[in-house]
Each structure stands twice: as structure tokens, then as C-alpha cells.
Design a binder for this molecule. Structure first.
Ligand SMILES: [Fe+2]
Ligand SMILES: [Fe+2]
Length: 474
């Protein structure tokens, strides 16, 4: 179904056929725009940005590119097409027709799931709001803004579900989503990782590579939901998420490329010399990777979780690629491995697969992060540089789950408090590292020019030439 842009709220859900819902969302819209002007990208109101906008939700051609002022971006409600006679595909309701309305018994659980997902969307916009002031190029500035407007649209996606299916409670949750603020002491965002700062572009690229990838896996698990409107909403969000991860992966790849070029040209791997040349040494990139990886890992929750078990048994949240997996889709009697500390040693144990679903989704994400890292590693490999990026142990720097109480080194050894204190600045960005990275951030806003610490991209957005004016400042 094509998207109707003549309406105040573009949509492919026949909004005008439901006047009450339409009015409720039109009432929420000015609050959203206020939030955008207060918490969206800093000092960007008049910029004309070369953005893509969804014109239909089919696989090809849903993206249309044009210059748009961000406050005029057509945020709307787009669901993937309905699948005829879709069923609940897992859990104790398996085989029943998928639910078009919220089952009463799961109402509060589903609302919580949707609110928690929805809260991450505006949170990331808030975390990234100052980055435009220090963009390394117009190309990167445009990508940042594309990510930001789409995270805003993801908020719309979740608020639509709340308004359409949760009545008054849903409308109140919609207001609360506009009221919380990332990092606020009194009214913070729900999840810890979304209250961290994204102070520089290295952090932004790591965030979009790693944390947006958590978004991918959470959305993929919700796309399996027996609650069909949630499934269809998440399926379309996933198409937008792919671009966010591309921005992160290619952003870091370009930083690695630039550093490797400098290492080759100046025949050095000395971090001090490389910093003198104004590029980011590879060990510092590894530390940022360790930080973002461990903080994001916490988003999957505890390794063993009865909530995860009931979300699954009740048909609300599936596994990644649920319908492609060949088993009973109920997990009766099956087990899944996880790690735990026993007597000062990390050991592998097995738990009922139902209670280990958080760990399973985390493992799917880890494998996906690892393949991106393998692609990064081809850059030093090609340059004949020995350095390789690696993922730290799952227990490293964790605040949630079975490793919370322990200090674990990146190679998986349990450390004493003293050992951790002595060594952790070799593994996580120190104040000095962060100050150095911040010192590189300065605005480069001339078409075709790039900051010294990052290589230009291999090709432009929508095949535009290298010196394309992605943002017009006016
Ligand atoms: Fe998102
Ligand atoms: Fe995203």
C-alpha cells in the first residue's frame, strides 16, 4: 500500500478511517515537534538536508531522496504488509491465528515491551544532538541527520501502537516518552546505555555499529511476535535500522583506513606519533569497541530470566529468525549454554532454553558484531599491519547479569579489585583517550572535504559525487 502524504500524518494504516485514533495522534504530533525542536539536532532548524523519505514500504524503491528541512520531515506510520493468515509461530499459543488486538491477559506486559523499545528511539536522538556541531564532513552530517529523523520515526511507530491498542494508558505512555530525557537525574530514559553520553563521532560510529545492532536484534525478535501489529511495525523499522548500522560500520572502517594509511606512510605503530599526526591509533579504537560492546551487552538483560521465558511462552517475543529455526518452537526440554563464575573460575553451564533466551539473543548479536569486526580486520591485513580487533570476553565490564559482581579481563580472567584498578585503563577509554578524541572534533562543512582522522567514503549516498552538497546551511 502506498503511503498517503496528503494527510497531516503520512501513513499506510488508513488512519483517516479511524477518526478517534487520528485525532489522538494529531493531538500528540505538536508535542513531538516541540520535543524535536528542544531535543533534536542542535542548531539545525534551517538546514536543508539531503534525506530519504519512505514513499512506500515495498523492498525496492521505498526510499526517495530530496532536500528537506528536518522539522518538515514527514514522520509517519508505516507498517510492513500484512501476511495472509499469519499465525502465532511459537510458544504455548502456537498455531492460533496471530492477534490483531492485544490479548487482555498480556496487555500490561506488551505495553511495557513497546514502551521500553519506544524509549530508546528519542533517547538516541538526545544522546547525539550536539554531534552536528563537530561533523567530519557534510556526508557524515547528512548520515547523522538521517539516523536522527528515522529514530524519531521509530518513536512514531511505537506511539502508534500505544495509541491504537492501549487506550488511555497508551496515550499517557506516549506523553511520558516525550517527557523523559537521556541522562536526566530525575526523569532519565529507561535503559542505562541510553543515558550514556555520545560525546564525539568515534562514539557515534561505535554506537550505530553496536547499539543500533542491538536494536536490530530486539526488533527482529519482536517482528516474530504473535501480536501482529507489533510484528508488522518492527518489520518495517528493520529496513531503516540497516542504514544506521551501515553508518557505524563504514564510519569506523574509514577511521581504521585513515590510521593504517598514516601508519604505512610514516612507518610507525607508535600511538604517540600517530596522535601527533592527528589520527586515532588502533589500540584506542579497540578501547572504544570494548566500552560500547560491554555497555550494549547489558541491554540483553540477565543470562537467566523468567521474564524472557514468559515473553516467549506467551507468544509475545520470539527468537531471532524464529520461523527459520527447525525445532518445536516451544523449547520444551531443550537446554542452552551460558557462562557463570564458580569458585573464581568461569564455567559453562546449561539452563532450560526458555529461561536462557536473553543469552541466546545476545549470542546472535555477538556473532553479527563479530562478522563486522572481521570485515574491519581486512583493512590492517591488506596494509600488512599486524593489529587485529577482537571482542572482549562476555563477562568484561558488565553491570547486569551473572558477571556484575566480578572484574573480568578482556581475555576472560577473573581479576581482583587491585588488578582491575591497575589495568582497566588499558582496556577502556581513559580520560586522556577521550580528551584526545574530543580534541580532534572540529567542524568540516565544505563539500568534498573530510576531517584528517577519517578517510572519505568509497561512494556517495544515492550515488552522489564526492563533492556533493549533502547539507545546505542557509
Ligand atoms: Fe530505532
Ligand atoms: Fe537505529
Amino acid at each position: 500500500m502506498a503511503i498517503n502524504y496528503s494527510e497531516k500524518i503520512p501513513n499506510n494504516v488508513d488512519l483517516s478511517g479511524n477518526k478517534t485514533l487520528q485525532r489522538a495522534l494529531e493531538h500528540w504530533q505538536p508535542g513531538f515537534l516541540n520535543w524535536w525542536s528542544e531535543m533534536g539536532p542542535d542548531e539545525s532548524t534551517n538546514f536543508e538536508v539531503y534525506l530519504r523519505t519512505a514513499t512506500s514500504v515495498d523492498a525496492k524503491g521505498w526510499a526517495h531522496f530530496d532536500y528537506v528541512k528536518m522539522p518538515d520531515y514527514r514522520w509517519g506510520i508505516f507498517l510492513a504488509p500484512a501476511e495472509a493468515e499469519r499465525k502465532v509461530n511459537f510458544g504455548e499459543h502456537m498455531g492460533e491465528p496471530a492477534w490483531q488486538e492485544v490479548p487482555g491477559e498480556y496487555r500490561s506486559t506488551l505495553r511495557r515491551i513497546i514502551v521500553t523499545q519506544g524509549d530508546t528511539e528519542p533517547a538516541s536522538v538526545e544522546q547525539q544532538r550536539h554531534l552536528g556541531l563537530t561533523c567530519p564532513s557534510l556526508y557524515d552530517l547528512r548520515n547523522l541527520f538521517q539516523v536522527n529523523v528515522e529514530e524519531g520515526r521509530h518513536l512514531w511507530a511505537m506511539v502508534y501502537l500505544l495509541h491504537a491498542h492501549f487506550g488511555r494508558d497508551g496515550r499517557e505512555e506516549g506523553e511520558a516518552l516525550l517527557a523523559r530525557r537521556s541522562g536526566d537525574a530525575d526523569n532519565p530514559r529507561i535503559l542505562t546505555a541510553f543515558n550514556e553520553k555520545t560525546p564525539d563521532w568515534l562514539s557515534f560510529f561505535m554506537f550505530t555499529f553496536i547499539t543500533d545492532r542491538d536494536g536490530k536484534f530486539q526488533l527482529a525478535a519482536l517482528a516474530e511476535s504473535g501480536f501482529d501489529p507489533l510484528s508488522r511495525t518492527c518489520r518495517f523499522m528493520l529496513t531503516e535500522e540497516a542504514h544506521h548500522m551501515f553508518v557505524g560500520e563504514s564510519g569506523i572502517a574509514r577511521i581504521i583506513q585513515r590510521t593504517c594509511d598514516a601508519m604505512t606512510e610514516h612507518k610507525t605503530d607508535d600511538p604517540a606519533k600517530l596522535r601527533g599526526l592527528g589520527v586515532i591509533d588502533l589500540p584506542t579504537l579497540q578501547k572504544y569497541l570494548n566500552f560500547h560492546y560491554s555497555v550494549t551487552s547489558d541491554l540483553y538483560g540477565s543470562e537467566i530470566s523468567s521474564n524472557a521465558a514468559s515473553f516467549y511462552a506467551n507468544g509475545l517475543k520470539g527468537r531471532f529468525d524464529e520461523t527459520k529455526l527447525a525445532d518445536d518452537h516451544k523449547l520444551h526440554g531443550s537446554e542452552y549454554p551460558y557462562m557463570e563464575v564458580v569458585g573464581g573460575q568461569i564455567v559453562v553451564k546449561h539452563a532450560p532454553a526458555l529461561t536462557a533466551l536473553n543469552e541466546r539473543l545476545r549470542d546472535d548479536w555477538v556473532a553479527d558484531v563479530q562478522s563486522g569486526i572481521n570485515r574491519w580486520n581486512r583493512i590492517p591485513e591488506k596494509a600488512g599491519i599486524a593489529f587485529r580487533f577482537t571482542l572482549p570476553h562476555k563477562g568484561f565490564n558488565r553491570r547486569i547479569g551473572l558477571f556484575t559482581e566480578y572484574h573480568v579481563s578482556p581475555d576472560g580472567k577473573i581479576l581482583s579489585e587491585a588488578e582491575w584498578t591497575r589495568q582497566h585503563s588499558a582496556w577502556l577509554p581513559s580520560e586522556e583517550d577521550r580528551a584526545y578524541v574530543c580534541s580532534l572534533m572540529g567542524r568540516v562543512a565544505e563539500p568534498g572535504k573530510f576531517a584528517n582522522w577519517i578517510a572519505p567514503p568509497a561512494r556517495g549516498i544515492n550515488n552522489q559525487p564526492a563533492d556533493f552538497e549533502y547539507v545546505r546551511f542557509n
